[in-house]
Design a protein. Sequence first.
Length: 180
Amino acid sequence: MGKLWAEHLVNNELVGKGDKVWMPVEVPGATYGVLETQGIASVFDPLGIEYEVFDASYEPAEIINRMTDYLIAHGSEVDAIICLGDLTAASMPKVFENIGWSPGEVPAAGYGCSVESATAVKQGYLSAGGFPFGGEQGFLTVTMLYMISEGFNVSFEIPTTAVYTTDEADQYIEYLKSIQ
């Protein structure tokens, strides 16, 4: 997922050499953030794009406070944001409002796995949301286990991750509402 977000920012010319990308995460050191950061590094390191992982907390009000405080102090140094977690992504509208930024003023990407974060994509606070299709991942796993139990040599990989933009956000919002 991290690689996809980084590619989105680079391919859309939202970041380039010498830029700094700020990456708030709810749980520093958690596997998802570590792996996402590795994916981001694989894109940014060769291009000379700097990035910083930031402990935003796991409690929603604290996330908004910490992110707001950081951007008040360092916002002029931040060229883009990648939210390493759905809670940080969902907090972007409030954080931008707190510091007086309009949607899209600083490009941001991150998870879009909740109605709140998908709405942030729709409103332009996030230029791209990531969706791992968690339920589908589980279904495919069950199918593959069944195939293995029937003697099949299951040797295929099915990516279940997508990055979506403002134009596609409504589809994800409706999907998320249907599975709540």
